[in-house]
Structure formats: structure tokens, C-alpha cells
Design a protein around this ligand. Structure first.
Ligand SMILES: [Zn+2]
Ligand SMILES: [Zn+2]
Length: 332
């Protein structure tokens, strides 16, 4: 299992930016049919705005978002098909995200990681291209619009409700559910830090600062998926923090692999050490990449896996629109 690496975009950025670049409702582009895909999109790639055929963009982003090392070829094929459909759906639902800046999508975790060099360098380039071709035009649709195809590395056994993680309105197909897969599919992790280290991490940002003394941190509330919703911090300045805020504060200092998710228990040992024990990696909303890979490995088909993680959405083949001229954006 360990050699199977799966990369992720929203997952990691949300470890740091707790309140959600990936969570808000996606802005649409006024005047365009949301179910007609543009032939090309404008991507800010390494600081330059470039026009890229949508399907080329999808190859570059799927290669950046998954690396199914150690999987059988037929499983690799299906992992890339799943990711291609998610990437296309995400692009279709976020075309207006950078409208004010004059392009559609950026190449960082803010949107989806996009690295065109991988089309030449990745050992999976041919598999990614084949998957994008095989799924051409396919997107997940909900209520006549492309869905918000959020995903993460590992749900830890139960996916999360988008509204519980980021607040805002509930999204019917992102509500969180058990991910019943064999023992060992989802990761477990531990992280320990001393009370002094925890105090310093909290004091590194004014939004989590607790002052000179930290008396105690305790979990005050969990959401339906078992994730820590609220933490009470008793210090010189007592605070209530959201679970993602505590995670972000610690990871800002110790890295994204410190507190891998908010699906943890917290214990203060007799030696004054805070011991976190958790499951999963990432925000937990939408598709669980390790769960999806496990389902594909056991033989589930692509549509079934997508239906499991985005219930109520419909896999649809969208029309394509040839964009012969750059479409003007507001503010350009
Ligand atoms: Zn962006
Ligand atoms: Zn899972």
C-alpha cells in the first residue's frame, strides 16, 4: 500500500487554508451554457496566461493530481478515467473563478495543479491521454449544472459534509457518508507535540493566539463524520477553534503531514505531550482517492465509483463549443 502514491490538490491547500478556497460556490461565466464545454481555456501557467485546448489541460492536470505507482495497468487506466472526469467537471464548474484576472483557471492547488511538462516526462502520460480521450466530454451534472467535483486523498473511513467543513449551504451530493472498505485501505496516523510546541504554533497567528500560557486543549464537538468540529483551548486567552483551524495552525509550523485530517482523537499524556491519533488525509469532501482506487482494484467500474462519491449526480457527455476567438472577460 505504501508505495501507492496519490497526489491531491484541494487536499493540501486546505490543510493550510482552513476556510476553503475549494469550498465556496463556483462562480460561473455570464452568458455561457454551463453544459457546453469550451474547446480551449485560458490557464495561468507558471505566471503566464496561455490558451490551452481543454483536453490537453486535462491530461496535464490529471498527471499532476494522481500517480498510481504499483497498480495493475487496467486499474491505472480506470484511475485516470475517474480523475479525468473529475478534472473536466471541476474545470467546467470553475471557468469563472479567475474572471476578474482575465483567465479561467490557475495552475496551483487553488484550482487544480497543472503541469504541462508532465505530458513529456511522466511515465503515465500515455495512460492519462488515453483516459482523457476515452472520457471525452464526460462530466458530472447536478440540477443542470456541472457539479463541484471536490476530492481528497483519504477520507479515513467516512467522507465529510462540505457544509460542515467550510460552512455555507449544504451541497446535496457532498454530504458525507461511510466509505466501507476493507481494513487497511484508509490510513491511520499519529502525531505528538509538547504543550510548548502547541502553544507556539497557536501563537504564530493572531487568529489562534492564546497568550503566554496554555492550560488545556480539548475536543468540544464532532461532526457526523467523526471529524473534530470544535476545539476549546484554555489558555491566557481562551478560544474556541474549528477543527480545521487547529489543524491549519499546527501544519503551518510542522507541515501538511503533521495533522493529516481533523478525524482525530486528542489526548494529553502525563508527560505533558499532546498525542493526536487520526485516520485519513485531507478535508474529506467528495471523492476519496484511496477509496476510489480500492473500488477500481476490486472491479467496480468508473461510473459506479463516481456515483458512490457524488450521489445524485449524473454522468453526462457535454457538448463542446469551438472558441475561435478569445472570449472577453469582465474587466479585460
Ligand atoms: Zn485558481
Ligand atoms: Zn475513503
Amino acid at each position: 500500500m505504501i508505495h501507492r502514491r496519490l497526489f491531491l490538490s484541494c487536499v493540501l491547500v486546505l490543510a493550510l487554508v482552513a476556510a476553503g478556497s475549494c469550498g465556496g460556490p463556483p462562480p460561473s461565466v455570464p452568458g455561457r451554457d454551463p453544459l457546453v464545454l469550451p474547446e480551449t481555456i485560458l490557464v495561468r501557467s507558471q505566471g503566464r496566461i496561455v490558451r490551452v485546448p481543454l483536453e490537453e489541460y486535462l491530461i496535464g492536470t490529471t498527471l499532476a493530481e494522481v500517480g498510481p505507482v504499483g497498480e495493475r495497468p487496467e486499474v491505472v487506466e480506470r484511475i485516470f478515467r475517474v480523475q479525468a472526469i473529475i478534472a473536466r467537471t471541476y474545470a467546467a464548474s470553475h471557468l469563472g473563478r479567475h474572471a476578474a484576472e482575465g483567465f479561467n483557471l490557475c495552475d496551483t492547488t487553488h484550482c487544480q495543479v497543472y503541469d504541462p511538462a508532465r505530458l513529456r516526462t511522466s511515465r503515465f502520460a500515455a495512460a492519462a491521454r488515453a483516459a482523457v480521450d476515452a472520457t471525452r466530454g464526460q462530466i458530472l451534472v447536478f440540477n443542470g449544472r456541472p457539479g463541484q467535483a471536490l476530492f481528497h486523498a483519504d477520507c479515513g473511513g467516512h467522507t465529510a459534509d462540505a457544509a460542515a467543513v467550510w460552512g455555507g449551504q449544504s451541497v446535496p451530493y457532498l454530504t458525507g457518508a461511510p466509505d466501507p472498505l476493507p481494513e487497511g485501505t484508509h490510513r491511520t496516523w499519529q502525531f505528538e507535540l509538547t504543550a510548548d510546541q502547541l502553544r507556539e504554533a497557536l501563537n504564530a497567528s493572531p487568529t489562534t493566539a492564546i497568550g503566554a500560557t496554555l492550560h488545556r486543549v480539548r475536543v468540544a464537538a464532532r461532526d457526523a463524520s467523526g471529524r473534530v468540529a470544535l476545539v476549546e483551548v484554555d489558555g491566557s486567552e481562551p478560544r474556541s477553534l474549528r477543527g480545521e483551524q487547529l489543524r491549519a495552525a499546527i501544519n503551518q509550523v510542522f507541515g501538511a503531514r503533521a495533522i493529516m485530517s481533523t478525524r482525530f482523537t486528542l489526548e494529553l499524556t502525563a508527560e505533558g505531550v499532546y498525542r493526536f491519533e487520526g485516520t485519513g488525509y485531507g478535508h474529506g469532501v467528495g471523492l476519496c482517492q484511496v477509496g476510489a482506487a480500492a473500488r477500481l482494484r476490486r472491479g467496480d467500474d468508473v461510473a459506479r465509483v463516481l456515483a458512490a462519491y457524488y450521489p445524485g449526480t449524473t454522468l453526462t457527455r457535454a457538448a463542446s463549443q469551438v472558441t475561435s476567438r478569445p472570449r472577453p472577460f469582465p474587466g479585460r
